[in-house]
Design a protein around this ligand. Structure first.
Ligand code: G4F
Length: 359
């Protein structure tokens, strides 16, 4: 295969798995990243194959124009976003610019430079927010519950509109939550697995959590990136739900994580006073600061269209396997760091989460 792909948001979890997947298929991959004062490329520095990194920003149309004119990609995967939902309440405008307008910038450049470029938009189950039906399908009405969800709706419809207005091969992947050992530690799954690993290794006593009863349809990111590529190989573009069809609560994710390391958690109390204990010792506390101003209570997607049209397989990695993979990876990573190198004094119960406040 002699194709060139541009991936925006290369430094994130999905950028990692997608670039690996496309390099294995023989693609030349250009990964776009935003300049920061620290090296942001640790995840992908060791990849074999034709991977090139290029500095750019989806909010800066000039940078997109230069990059796309120069590399002439066959396919663009737009993964760049401000993707942490809580930060969208504290930074709603920059979220709208990056997550919403960034997509419009990209499509405008495609339209002017080469409308034959195939385009993948990272849409999300956050579009469904306050769900209008179960399971959620491509036809379920949207009802976002955060500035992030609102920005993603703009990006979703812009993608549909550029397909219908200009005939661009542009597709939305409506991906439900997808996790892995490469997930950022602010997101609830990795926050849990990293904290459980530290508790197991005696590096931390407990961690704090928000809404234990929120439910998500969690899949494995390594499986989900394959669907992105599949969408762009179809004769016709389209919009697809990518999900497992199974849902679990944050509470269940915690229970399963402790089970992986041989610890049984028991819950006591209610609401903000609820705690999780192992052998009588508190290991989980609820803290209101991790609650959101508006919550997405439950998500469960139907991947039927993706199975039927793309041949995508939602059954490769099941919930328990995913939790095990993440916990074991965190235990291994922390053990390899050498416990002697870690200064316990700096290990705060919430070192893996950002704090947000909404008035
Ligand atoms: O892991 P989360 O932060 O993911 P969320 O908000 O569902 O969004 C993720 O998935 C979306 C769908 O693919 C993406 F569009 C989005 O960019 C992001 O990748 O939170 C999951 C649930 C929420 O209901 C939250 O309230 O976990 C609940 N939760 C409970 N305690 C917590 C915590 N979430 C975080 N991050 N930290 C907590 O302490």
């Amino acid at each position: 295969m002699d194709k060139t792909a541009l991936i925006t948001g290369i430094t994130g979890q999905d950028g990692y798995y997608l670039s690996k997947f496309l390099l294995n298929k023989g693609y030349t991959v250009y990964g776009m990243y935003r300049r920061t004062s620290q090296d942001p490329l640790l995840n992908i520095n060791n990849f074999n194959g034709n991977l090139k990194l290029t500095e750019g920003d989806v909010t800066d149309m000039g940078s997109l124009l230069n990059i796309i004119k120069e590399i002439q990609p066959d396919e663009i995967y737009n993964l760049a976003a401000q993707s942490f939902v809580p930060s969208s309440w504290t930074q709603p405008i920059s979220t709208a610019k990056i997550t919403g307008l960034g997509t419009l910038n990209m499509l405008e450049v495609i339209r002017h430079v080469n409308p034959k470029i195939r385009f993948y938009q990272a849409s999300t189950s956050e579009l469904y927010g306050k769900i209008q039906e179960t399971p959620q399908t491509e036809k379920t009405p949207f009802y976002p519950r955060s500035p992030y969800g609102v920005a993603k709706i703009f990006a979703y419809w812009t993608t549909v509109n550029y397909r219908e207005s200009y005939g661009i091969h542009a597709s939305n992947g409506i991906l439900f939550n997808h996790e892995s050992p490469k997930r950022g530690k602010q997101f609830v799954t990795r926050k849990i697995t990293h904290s459980v690993a530290k508790i197991k290794l005696g590096l931390q006593d407990f961690f704090e959590i928000g809404n234990l009863n929120a439910k998500r349809d969690w899949g494995y990111a390594g499986d989900y990136v394959e669907s992105m590529w599949m969408m762009l190989q179809q004769d016709q573009p389209g919009d697809y739900v990518i999900a497992t069809g199974d849902t679990h609560s944050v509470r269940e994710f915690i229970e399963e994580s402790f089970r992986v390391v041989g610890m049984d958690i028991e819950w006591e109390g209610n609401g903000l006073d609820e705690v999780g204990k192992v052998d009588g010792k508190i290991v989980v506390k609820v803290n209101a600061k991790f609650y959101r101003p508006a919550e997405v209570d439950i998500l469960i997607g139907s991947p039927k269209k993706a199975i039927d049209n793309l041949g995508w397989d939602p059954t490769k990695t099941k919930f328990k396997e995913l939790v095990r993979m993440m916990v074991e990876s965190d235990v291994k990573e922390l053990s390899e760091k050498g416990l002697g190198d870690i200064d316990r004094g700096h290990l705060d119960a919430n070192d893996s989460d950002s704090i947000y406040k909404c008035s």
